[in-house]
Design a protein around this ligand. Structure first.
Ligand code: MMA
Ligand code: CA
Length: 284
């Protein structure tokens, strides 16, 4: 646009403004040229200001946009950090609780360990004591065996001896009546055998194929009332069929009768001579 044309346009604009204000440019034509010069000068100045204003406005808007963007970004960042902080706080709280529980567990375990240590120490002491006792018992047992073997070799010489449970049994090689037989046993610190169980009865029976021998049972004090030599009454009986029959009216002593598959008792005359069996209880 050339300078002349631009001036013309400005004139048109001013004329339009004057018309809008009710001003007629043709009536006051004489002043127009003078005014046109002044107005042209003013218009150039205004355009520069307008441009500056626009640039400033654009800058301000741009700055505002930038500021808003920055604030928005910072706000998002702040919220993210806040959420993260909450998570971390929760984690921290959980870990603190867990730590407390672990500490309690650790304390309990420490207490338990102390108790177990004490128990272990006590048991160690007890174990040592038991080992000492066991050692003593072993010594005592060996002495007992030695003693028993001594009995078997010397005291019961020439007799058939055997052990059952905690007793030593010996069968005589001689023959005597019931009273003499009993006395022989007593002289040796024993008694005529007392039989308390089926096992004992059968064990004695199988020591020899066939034999008859006095046992510590009689009804000499009261007829028909059978008693063992230790004073106890008869509970477990192994009488032969039909016995005791008191044959001849004076069978007051009991004998053991052993034959193949037969282990029984018979009442017999106390004055008759036969073998006998002694029983010695062994110290345990
Ligand atoms: C029979 C039987 C016994 C009795 C003796 C006496 C052989 O057995 O009657 O009961 O004691 O005889 O010899
Ligand atoms: Ca009889």
């Amino acid at each position: 646009m050339k300078r002349g044309e631009r001036v013309e346009r400005v004139v048109d604009i001013y004329e339009s403004v004057d018309a809008f204000r009710g001003y007629n440019p043709h009536v006051q034509k004489e002043d127009t040229d003078t005014k046109r010069n002044v107005q042209t000068h003013h218009t150039e100045k205004g355009t520069a200001w307008s441009r500056c204003y626009r640039v400033t406005a654009v800058c301000v808007v741009l700055l505002c946009v930038l500021l808003l963007t920055a604030i928005t970004l910072l706000w998002i960042k702040y919220n993210n950090l806040k959420t993260e902080n909450n998570h971390l706080q929760n984690s921290y709280n959980n870990l603190t609780t867990e730590k407390k529980e672990l500490q309690t567990n650790y304390n309990n375990l420490t207490l338990e360990k102390k108790k177990l240590q004490t128990s272990y120490n006590n048991m160690t002491v007890e174990n040592d004591q038991l080992q000492a006792i066991n050692k003593n018992l072993t010594v005592e047992r060996d002495q007992f065996r030695k003693e028993r073997n001594g009995y078997l070799r010397t005291f019961w010489e020439k007799r058939k001896c055997f052990c059952f449970s905690a007793s030593l049994y010996c069968m005589s090689t001689e023959i005597k009546n019931w009273t003499e037989s009993r006395q022989d046993c007593r002289n040796k610190g024993s008694e005529l055998v007392i039989i308390n169980s089926k096992e004992e009865q059968e064990f004695i029976g199988k020591q020899q194929a066939n034999f008859k021998a006095w046992i510590g049972l009689s009804d000499r004090d009261t007829d028909g009332e059978w008693k063992w030599v230790d004073g106890t009454t008869l509970t477990t009986e192994f009488w032969n069929k039909g016995e005791p029959n008191d044959a001849g009216g004076d069978e007051d002593c009991a004998e053991f009768y052993s034959a193949p598959k037969v282990n029984v008792w018979n009442d017999y005359k106390c004055s008759l001579k036969q073998h006998w069996i002694c029983e010695k209880h062994l110290s345990q």
